[in-house]
Design a protein around this ligand. Structure first.
Ligand SMILES: Cc1ncc(COP(=O)(O)O)c(C=O)c1O
Length: 390
């Protein structure tokens, strides 16, 4: 057989697949996969259904439906005070993942360096490698997962073409503060690098914190590509509707990559997302408040079991330090044990690293119904009891 592309040939079965398979096999509560088990907003669902029957089902415009692009520009003004020209600065994609691929393929050349912040969303590395670029890593460490100047100094070089920043951050649950965002801006400007801002969890921030988009940071407006996802904002991850906001020169190039990836995205879903993005403020507040309530329910339960839970400022994810549990082995071995013996699936955070893995933290997704979270806590009580017995 002829050789195939090594980037994909070298990818094995991911730990996400392994944990989901084990969860099915052991009829476990699956808090591994990062998706909410809600239905999503009924009015958005109804509009999508109605549009299938009454609207057009032919190719929509390559850049997206006008109404959705206008809604994106209004959303940028409403939440971030940004003036965005919908015609030259917005584009709709098939999920944030396609937006990432189009952005990386459009901006990065073979031999460029791209800075990734570990632990990172798993799609980043193969996309960067497939573009022929060299990844450079900034490795965050628990319990604070803070961006530090020394790590930026080590990762940036004259060959740095871009940095990918996920904020609010999966899997750490961090929402970067003003000082950290200023650090990103300083180094991106210094290296004349692009900032690929994966902000899919922009509306899932807690405790009154505010999400600041990198697109609005001083010095970053012309070099930042902001990516979003209706999947997260409307709890409809299967829809795979994403969006890109960037200065006209960048957006134009990214659109050229997008036209030969998916070209477009189902029109009924776009119309429904346009309606969703135009919802009154209360929708967005309630989304965050509801996720915060679930976070609190789950995290309080974990605390009661004596587990070491890390701070969670946003996203769907709560992390537990297993280092002090006195259990031998890595986070991956721990997750296997958890699903096989106690019937709860989680994800080892080492799976989100490439260079210098942290293997003492596991990630749970709390974007689930109360009954599911309670069931998981009940099962985890077995773990707490077994620790008391030793
Ligand atoms: C950080 C991050 N970026 C991107 C995505 C993908 O978004 P989409 O489903 O819109 O492609 C996810 C989904 O889990 C994510 O967690």
């Amino acid at each position: 057989m002829r050789n195939v592309n090594p980037v994909y040939a070298s990818l094995g079965t991911t730990v996400f697949e392994t944990m989901s398979r084990l969860a099915r096999q052991h009829q476990a509560v699956n808090l591994g996969q990062g998706f909410p088990d809600d239905r999503g907003p009924e009015d958005v669902l109804a509009l999508a259904a109605e549009q299938i029957l009454q609207g057009s089902n032919q190719y929509p415009p390559m850049l997206g439906l006008t109404e959705l692009r206008q809604a994106l520009a209004s959303h940028a003004k409403r939440f971030y005070g940004l003036d965005v020209d919908w015609e030259s600065e917005t584009m709709v994609t098939s999920g944030a993942t396609e937006a990432l691929a189009a952005t990386i393929f459009a901006l990065v050349e073979p031999g460029d360096e791209v800075v990734l912040i570990e632990p990172f969303y798993d799609a980043y590395l193969p996309l960067v490698q497939r573009a022929g670029a060299v990844p450079r890593f900034i490795s965050l460490k628990p319990p604070h997962w803070r961006l530090e100047r020394a790590d930026f100094q080590a990762a940036f070089s004259p060959r740095t073409k871009a940095i990918i920043v996920n904020n609010p951050m999966n899997p750490t649950g961090r929402v970067f503060d003003a000082a950290e965002l200023a650090l990103i801006a300083e180094f991106a400007e210094g290296a004349d690098a692009f900032v690929i801002a994966d902000e899919v969890y922009e509306h899932i921030v807690f405790d009154g914190a505010i999400h600041r988009t990198l697109l609005g940071q001083p010095g970053l407006r012309e070099r930042t590509i902001k990516l979003g996802s209706a999947g997260k904002t409307f709890s409809l991850t299967g829809w795979k509707v994403g969006y890109v906001t960037a200065a006209p020169r960048l957006l134009g190039l990214i659109a050229k990559a997008h036209q030969f990836l998916t070209f477009t995205t189902p029109p009924n879903l776009q119309a429904a997302v346009a309606f969703g993005l135009s919802k009154p403020e209360v929708y967005f507040r309630d989304l965050a408040a509801d996720m915060q309530r679930r976070r609190d329910r789950f995290i309080e339960g974990l605390h009661r079991l004596g587990l070491d839970v890390l701070l969670c400022e946003g996203t769907y994810f709560a992390n537990v330090e297993i280092g002090r549990l006195g259990i031998e082995g890595t986070d991956e071995a721990f997750c296997r044990m958890l699903v096989e013996r106690y019937g709860v699936a989680a994800i080892p955070v080492s799976a989100f690293y490439s260079a210098r893995p942290v293997n003492s933290v596991i990630r749970f997704c709390f974007a689930k119904q109360d009954a599911v979270l309670d069931k998981a806590l009940e099962k985890l009580a077995g773990l707490a009891r077994s620790r008391e017995a030793v």
